[in-house]
Design a protein around this ligand. Structure first.
Ligand code: 13P
Length: 277
């Protein structure tokens, strides 16, 4: 059934677990995420990045919404890293309710202004807003932020950022990166605990691919409610394709099914990881 991101995050809070936000690009991705959530009987958030929307546009959103409506578990559909007001408006017109306006490319004041502007429109339509304070490095869907341009979340700015923008959830930068971790991931947990002390709204960790169990559990203890996963799902999809080629598969249904199985395995293992403190 279709659900709102705030209902899903409230559920996570009541169960003392975190939720996965999984990025998808097509039907196989949507199916894998929902099947994984149904297998684990847990709510889930399906996310789409502007790059996947540029390609899939309204048919992709329609497919995700209908799949959410038909699912046995609560599913919300979230637009990730939205960098323009137009995309927010298009999503709202289409019936979406959950957005991450990403103003992290701007300086602090620019970020506040962009996020607040988007939040006003989203909230006028009873939607949910995730904002990012700081700037994550790494690569996602063709966009690369170099390490030296990244910014950790400043705990001293959190109260002002949350109240000025009226966001419902805060994406934090504490050493997490989009894409592959080039060395062993090291997160600044002291900073994360200070952010948690500064606000009660749910905290979100982008770049959750590649984080080992102990780090995930510590993040949940420190107050992370939502983990965003893209890279590991994409890798699973590509692995499915290459195995299909190696096995000489020629019918497309079998190839698609193999890709779904590979992605579903990732979804299930992440849901289990996020339920364990
Ligand atoms: P990864 O690609 O590192 O999993 O990050 C995904 C993400 O943060 C989506 O917003």
């Amino acid at each position: 059934m279709f659900a709102t991101s705030s209902d899903i995050l409230k559920w996570a809070d009541s169960q003392h677990v975190a939720i996965g936000g999984f990025n998808v690009y097509n039907f196989e991705g949507i199916k894998a995420v929902i099947e994984g959530a149904e297998e684990e009987e847990t709510p889930i958030i399906i996310q789409m990045h502007p790059a996947s929307l540029q390609r899939g546009a309204k048919p992709l959103m329609a497919m995700a919404l209908e799949a959410a409506n038909l699912s046995k578990v609560p599913v919300s559909i979230h637009l990730d890293h939205v960098d323009s007001l137009e995309v927010v408006k298009e999503g709202i017109d289409f019936g979406l309710q959950s957005f991450m306006p990403d103003g992290s490319i701007h300086n602090y004041q620019g970020n506040v202004e962009f996020t607040r502007l988007c939040a006003r429109i989203i909230k006028d339509n009873e939607g949910f807003v995730e904002g990012e304070l700081g700037r994550l490095s790494g690569t996602e869907d063709g966009t690369t932020i170099e390490n030296y341009k990244s910014l950790l979340t400043d705990p001293l700015q959190v109260i002002d950022f949350v109240s000025s923008t009226t966001i419902d959830a805060l994406a934090v930068c504490v050493g997490n990166v989009h894409g592959k971790y080039l060395s062993e991931p090291k997160l600044d947990f002291q900073r994360l605990y200070r952010i948690r002390e500064a606000t009660e709204i749910p905290l979100v960790m982008h770049g959750a691919s590649g984080l080992p169990n102990e780090i995930i559990s510590e993040c949940i203890r420190a107050g992370i409610s939502k983990f965003n996963v893209n890279t590991e799902l994409r890798q699973a999809y590509i692995l499915g394709m290459s195995e299909a080629v190696d096995q000489g598969m020629s019918d497309l249904i079998s190839v698609m099914n193999l890709c779904i199985v590979k992605m579903r395995e990732v979804v299930v293992s992440k849901i289990r990881q996020y339920s364990f403190i």
